[in-house]
Design a protein around this ligand. Structure first.
Ligand code: GDP
Ligand code: MN
Length: 341
């Protein structure tokens, strides 16, 4: 059939994942949502789509986290959207606040400098706490203890496609540890010293480096520029992320995060959780542990991943012309493909 012929010509990384077994062992997986009370409408919009496109079939639980207490209205309105279990938690000061070694006066002057360069969220303190939390703490929140995999969702995004298989089971059965659908370039002004700090970490921790895959087996070339001397700015967007919690809970990652945290860059610069996750995963995982979720059409802000293959037209509501993958200036999808080789 034309579809079969089409499928044979497809790049193997783009074929839709197929779950191979009928294994009924329950998956320890959840949605994780960091959100503010005033984003209720936006997150309702996302949850309604997640339920309709995927979770009405699978009933995975949700974990909602906030640096403030969720209001009764928030809890009630969200709980009414799903029959799955929903847990609401507060993030404490140790996961969302200044560590004692941070010089807050210096941090404020650095924020002002960055703001003068016109970088998004340059002057925001809460954005920095958020990025640090998403980099180093969400997976240690007690409400995530029961789980091995998570799918991060955000307010005001769109999920465009029906997803008829269990993505978490797919991850587990195929040895996948990190799944993404948009690869983007970072504003380098937000991470001027990140790469040097990563290199310093590797020098300071040979016992960690020993545990990592050889650079040619890893995805190092997704992030390494200039023969490894600089960061090429590529990262996977974390606003959609399906990944293994064990990846972040490993001794290697915990040492890595705490080294970065100590250096102060989350506050003195504006390190995003996306470059931090991406550089760590590129260092720690083997190439075949990454998965590009081509079949999960998705919009965040002005950028969309929309699968372009004809087989998706009756599953997805997005316009394939909006697909961001090959955007010449901003997409790092081609860098990802090249790094796989
Ligand atoms: P962007 O995607 O980088 O533009 O950043 P967002 O504003 O979308 O924030 C990323 C995620 O963190 C979203 O899920 C937000 O709801 C959440 N978030 C950001 N700042 C805060 C905050 O101060 N408190 C809480 N509870 N959530 C936040
Ligand atoms: Mn966002």
């Amino acid at each position: 059939s034309p579809v079969d012929r089409y499928m044979q010509n497809l790049d193997s990384t783009l074929t839709p994942p197929i779950t191979t077994t009928n294994n009924n062992e329950p998956m320890r997986a959840c949605f994780v949502v960091l959100v503010r009370n005033n984003e209720l409408q936006g997150i309702k919009n996302t949850v309604i789509q997640i339920e309709a496109r995927f979770n009405k079939r699978f009933h995975y639980p949700y974990v909602f986290l906030n640096d403030d207490y969720f209001t009764d209205e928030f809890v009630q309105e969200i709980s009414s959207l799903t029959t799955a279990q929903v847990n609401f938690g507060k993030v404490d000061q140790q996961m969302w606040g200044y560590p004692s070694y941070i010089n807050q006066t210096y941090a404020a002057s650095q924020r002002a400098d960055l703001a003068a360069q016109g970088v998004p969220y340059a002057d925001s303190e809460s954005y920095r706490h958020m990025c640090r939390f998403q980099s180093g703490f969400f997976f240690r929140h007690p409400l995530l203890d029961p789980y091995d995999y998570y799918w991060r969702i955000e307010p005001d995004v769109d999920y465009h496609c029906d997803i008829e298989y269990d993505v978490f089971r797919y991850m587990k059965e195929n040895g996948k540890k990190y799944g993404f659908n948009i690869a983007f370039r970072e504003y380098m002004a937000t991470v001027p010293s990140l790469w040097q700090t990563v290199l310093d970490f590797k020098k300071a921790h040979p016992e960690v480096v020993k545990q990592l895959p050889r650079p040619k087996d890893s995805l190092w070339n997704f992030v390494a520029g200039d023969d490894g001397q600089s960061y090429n700015s590529c990262h996977f967007w974390t606003n959609f992320e399906i990944a293994s919690l064990d990846l972040w809970r490993s001794n290697e990652y915990l040492k890595f995060f705490s080294y970065l945290d100590r250096s102060g860059g989350f506050f003195y610069e504006r390190w995003g959780d996306a470059p931090v996750h991406s550089i760590a995963a590129a260092m720690m995982l083997k190439k075949d542990e990454f998965h590009f979720f081509n079949d999960i059409g998705y919009r965040h802000t002005a950028y969309t991943h929309c699968p372009t293959e004809p087989i998706y037209r009756d599953k997805c509501s997005c316009d394939p012309k909006t697909n961001f993958d090959y955007d010449p200036g901003l997409s790092c999808y081609t860098t990802f493909k090249n790094a796989l080789r």
